[in-house]
Design a protein around this ligand. Structure first.
Ligand code: RP5
Length: 165
């Protein structure tokens, strides 16, 4: 069996990729391997079960799950794997992601999903949180995460300027 990368990015639909690509790009910037897959709790429940039940044995260490609307994917996945699951509420058209957020964040006690912000910020932060988890046992990842933060800090100007409209 081919060894899996440490992070799985799963999402309910192709339409989630625009958001979840931000997690993928952030992992790439940190030189952390990932596999991105479309897995829907509603439309492909058997694919979800197969993935979640085997994720740890396959070699994944952290799962980032993005979904929108009645967003069951992160919670259902977390119910079937001991791996840490970070949920990204995708900004839905009807309710701007409020539905996604509440669906993901309000897990009953016993099965946790670490829930991030709605949309792009949440996807980026899910990747950074995944990196922080991996960094606990990987000094090279820890160093790259430190460098990423240092670059971010260095890019913030001391003083504001007038922007060209
Ligand atoms: C959810 O339904 C997906 O996560 C997506 O955010 C939402 C809408 O999916 P599409 O109708 O765009 O495929 O399962």
């Amino acid at each position: 069996m081919a060894e899996r990368p440490p992070v799985a990015i799963i999402m309910g639909s192709q339409s989630d990729w625009e958001t979840m690509k931000n997690a993928a790009d952030t992992l790439e910037a940190l030189d952390i391997g990932y596999e991105a897959r479309i897995i829907s709790a509603h439309r492909t429940p058997e694919r979800m079960m197969e993935f979640a039940k085997t994720a740890r044995a396959e070699g994944f260490q952290v799962i980032i799950a993005g979904a929108g609307g009645a967003a069951h994917l992160p919670g259902m996945t977390a119910a079937m794997t001991p791996l840490p699951v970070f949920g990204v509420p995708v900004q839905s058209k009807a309710l701007s992601g409020q539905d996604s957020l509440l669906s993901i964040v309000q897990m009953p006690a016993g099965i946790p999903v670490g829930t991030l912000a709605i949309g792009k910020a949440g996807a980026i932060n899910a990747a950074l949180l995944a990196a922080a988890v991996l960094a606990l046992n990987d000094d090279e990842v820890a160093d790259r995460l430190d460098e990423w933060r240092a670059r971010q800090a260095a890019a913030v100007a001391d003083y504001p300027i007038d922007e060209v409209p």
